[in-house]
Every structure is written in C-alpha cells, then in structure tokens.
Ligand binder design. Structure first.
Ligand code: HEC
Length: 119
C-alpha cells in the first residue's frame, strides 16, 4: 500500500516536472478563437505585451516572456497571482483594472488554458 502511494506520487511529480518546460500535451489553446471571458480580458489587457497568442514578444529590444512555456510555466499559482495583481516592472499592476475575481480567473486561464495544467 505504501509502495503504491510512493509510485503514484513519483509519477505525479514526473508528470508535473514534464509540464514545466515542455509544451502542454493538449492541442494548443487558440486565444483568438476563444469566446471566453478570460480570453477577452487577455486580448484587451495582456496581448499588447505578451503577444496575441501569449507566445511572448520583443518590444524595443526587450523580451516579454511567453505565458505558455519557459519561466511562466515554472511559476506557482501564487506567483502568477501576485505578478498579475501587483505587477513587476515593466509589467503594470492590474489590481486597479481587474477585480479580484477577474485576477483569479486570469491565473486559471494562464495555468489551465495556456499551460495545460489541471488545476
Ligand atoms: C506593459 C507590458 C505588459 C502587460 C500589459 C502585461 N504584461 Fe505580463 N509581463 C510583462 C513583462 C515585461 C514580464 C516579465 C517581468 C519580469 O521580468 O519578471 C511579464 C511577466 C508576466 C508573467 C510571469 C511570466 C514569467 O515568465 O515569469 C505573467 C504570468 C504575466 N506577465 C501575466 C500577464 C497577464 C495575465 C497580463 C494581462 C492581465 C499581463 N501579463 C500584462 C509585461 C506585460
């Protein structure tokens, strides 16, 4: 019983680690095709910097990161929440533009829709 638990835990960790840098296993979520509320918030508030499909962008020689892969995919739910709420220069804080509920929805959008995570 204990062994089974360890095996299950280990394969979960392996799966989670695999998600860290590799592209999500599901077909990529197309923001432009989505009619979800979150996708429209993204188009209005985030696409200008992170790109139409959140693949990142270069503005004046500065790299704006992808929200799908790389560092963004290694961030915890809490880190993503704080990044959106409080910002981190040059990214502005969104606590005055978005409601608490909208910020939470955007955290889920980044993790579930863009990164293919299950939570
Ligand atoms: C003015 C440009 C700008 C806008 C608008 C913007 N961001 Fe960002 N964002 C950035 C930059 C630049 C970074 C990298 C900051 C750093 O160096 O840590 C970043 C980082 C992030 C990260 C962490 C990614 C990582 O690789 O660590 C998340 C998550 C994120 N942004 C989400 C959003 C969301 C969601 C929105 C819309 C609500 C948004 N951003 C709007 C510029 C922007």
């Amino acid at each position: 019983m204990k062994l089974l638990k360890i095996t299950v835990t280990l394969s979960f960790i392996a799966a989670a680690a695999a998600c860290g840098s590799a592209p999500p296993p599901r077909p990529a979520f197309v923001i432009a095709d989505s009619k979800s509320y979150e996708a429209s918030i993204f188009r209005q508030n985030c696409a200008i910097c992170h790109g139409q499909e959140a693949n990142g962008k270069e503005i004046d020689g500065k790299i704006i990161p992808s929200l799908r892969y790389g560092d963004a995919a290694k961030k915890s739910e809490q880190e993503i929440y704080l990044q959106i709420k409080e910002g981190k220069l040059p990214m502005p804080a969104f606590k005055n533009q978005l409601t608490e509920d909208e910020i939470r929805k955007m955290v889920r959008f980044v993790r579930r829709d863009l990164q293919g995570k299950d939570d």
